[in-house]
Write a protein that binds this ligand. Structure first.
Ligand SMILES: Cc1cc2nc3c(=O)[nH]c(=O)nc-3n(C[C@H](O)[C@H](O)[C@H](O)COP(=O)(O)OP(=O)(O)OC[C@H]3O[C@@H](n4cnc5c(N)ncnc54)[C@H](O)[C@@H]3O)c2cc1C
Ligand SMILES: NC(=O)c1ccc[n+]([C@@H]2O[C@H](COP(=O)([O-])OP(=O)(O)OC[C@H]3O[C@@H](n4cnc5c(N)ncnc54)[C@H](O)[C@@H]3O)[C@@H](O)[C@H]2O)c1
Length: 443
């Protein structure tokens, strides 16, 4: 143990950017401290992935029941209140479980808001905590529109805690959260309007597939307003009014501001210690080290082009554990980070995008999966994929739209990450009949 400091490594934030690495690091006997101002586990378990996917599960089931209507008898619908209760039952134990894992490993958790005093000292209230190395892992928080009445809108966490689903819901933004939540609310019976900043939905995904999702939601009654230019929100007799465009108005019961997420760097004292950052996050080098030698960053708070998703935060915190415990002295080598939007159907992608493949002249193989074995079983009407191969026949990218796109892409990841050739791929014999096998069969 270093005698000069309270801890060898002090993490600020207890999300995936911290605990996946801090836990095994503490297990090796290294003195580790973790400061957390909210719930241990951070965004993903408490108000992100786990909470969202629990609410989405019945949506997936309703869609499947709709397709197998001839087989499954009776009307299936979502009881929103029960859905939220079920979600809460699932996520409530998570912070305690994660706290136990960290503490059992030997880490100490300090509750409160952290602020740098100097590059080795962090203040939590009046308490001074010192460490040899400090990791900034403070994640993101919802961006709020800078318009009059912005306080009348809500964020994704508030939506997921609604015990009664609003009859009429307006969502500002058509990124991940806008589209996933529009899908859930529509399936549970709300009248949903999505207001777009421009004319593009899910700009990071393959646009012809995005159009299929949007067209399907339109058929299901979701209203999309392009180039909305939201100007203000106000309270009116029968709810809330969104003022937009050229003196246009829309009355609604509830407004979800889903216009992105911004780094949690307020009141952290970064200027005091000279750590460089901007509105996109903290700047780091290839060792996840900031410009101040003993201060590192991990997870969503880093300024980079990676998708802001849990697996990236997980990988970074694991890397820092290896670096701090001497298991590596090499720069971080990020693997292929896949992404998926949990609409219904989903769009999932990994590796080279279709656009990049077109530019580089790679081979793009198109499959209409709606008529493909296994997708026929549950009658998926919207199911397509594009697999991308380089000139040596190696799989370098995949994009899929289907209700099981996330599992199809997951099963192809090893081929993309390890640049397998056709001979190696041909030796991978999957379980049959499964969605993964169906994906491999085309690889
Ligand atoms: C609605 C929603 C759905 C999502 N769905 C998915 C999904 O399906 N799949 C996926 O991979 N990703 C998803 N994500 C993204 C995922 O949640 C994040 O990528 C992940 O949580 C990042 O982990 P992190 O540790 O970097 O940050 P966080 O989990 O945000 O943790 C940061 C922690 O730092 C704490 N903190 C901040 N400032 C301070 C301070 N000064 N002092 C002390 N503590 C502080 C915060 O309280 C927080 O607990 C979703 C996000 C949202 C919002
Ligand atoms: N499935 C997943 O992995 C998943 C799910 C949810 C969230 N997340 C993470 O959370 C982050 C935040 O999600 P998000 O959906 O809030 O962000 P996003 O960046 O995906 O989308 C923000 C949307 O808001 C729009 N917008 C911005 N300013 C606007 C304005 N003034 N008026 C109208 N629209 C405006 C943008 O055009 C965009 O459509 C994502 O980047 C993602 O990393 C991931």
């Amino acid at each position: 143990m270093s005698k000069k400091f309270d801890y060898d490594v002090l993490y600020i934030g207890a999300g995936h950017g911290t605990f996946d690495g801090a836990t095994p690091l503490a297990k090796t006997g290294v003195p580790v401290g973790v400061i957390e101002s909210g719930l241990v586990g951070g965004t993903c378990p408490n108000r992100g992935c786990n909470a969202k996917i629990t609410l989405d599960e019945p949506v997936k089931m309703v869609r499947e029941a709709e397709r197998l209507g001839k087989v499954l008898q009776g009307n299936i619908s979502i009881d929103w209140n029960k859905n939220v209760e079920h979600k809460q039952e699932i996520i409530d134990p998570l912070p305690q479980g994660l706290t136990k894992r960290l503490e059992d490993a030997g880490a100490e958790i300090i509750k409160g808001h952290a602020k740098f005093k100097d590059n080795h000292t962090v203040l939590v209230g009046d308490k001074e905590i010192t460490a040899e190395k400090i990791v900034i892992s403070t994640g993101l928080r919802p961006h709020r529109l800078d318009v009059a009445g912005t306080q009348l809108a809500h964020d994704s966490e508030e939506f997921m805690n609604l015990s009664t689903l609003p009859k009429n819901l307006t969502i500002i933004g058509s990124g991940y959260i806008g589209m996933e939540f529009a899908t859930m609310a529509n399936a549970a019976g709300a009248k949903v309007t999505v207001m777009l900043h421009s004319d593009k939905v899910l700009r990071k995904f393959y646009q012809p597939y995005v159009k299929l999702v949007v067209d399907d939601l339109k058929k299901r009654g979701v209203n999309f307003i392009e180039n909305a230019n939201v100007k203000s929100f106000e309270e009116v007799d029968d709810g809330y009014q969104v003022n937009y465009g050229d003196n246009q108005k829309l009355t609604t019961d509830w407004i979800l501001d889903a216009t992105g997420r911004v780094p949690n760097l307020d009141n952290l004292g970064l200027d005091k210690v000279g750590v460089k950052y901007d509105q996109t996050g903290v700047f780091v080098n290839e060792y996840l080290q900031t410009n101040v030698e003993n201060i590192y960053a991990s997870g969503d708070v880093i300024s980079n082009d990676l998708p802001k998703v849990t697996p990236a935060a997980y990988f970074e915190s694991k890397y820092l554990m290896q670096l701090f415990s001497g298991q590596t002295n090499k720069p971080i080598e990020m693997p292929v980070i896949p992404s998926v939007v949990f609409t219904s159907p989903r769009i999932a992608q990994a590796g080279i995008s279709v656009e990049e493949a077109e530019e580089k002249g790679y081979t793009i193989t198109d499959s209409d999966l709606a008529n493909y074995w296994y997708y026929i079983v549950d009658k998926e009407p919207i199911a397509q994929s594009k697999q991308i191969h380089d000139k040596d026949g190696r799989l370098v990218g995949v994009t899929e739209i289907s209700d099981q796109a996330e599992d199809a892409v997951n099963s192809l990841l090893p081929a993309i990450e390890f640049k397998m050739d056709q001979e190696q791929i041909s030796r991978l014999v999957g379980l049959f009949p499964t969605i993964g096998y169906a994906a491999w069969h085309r690889a």
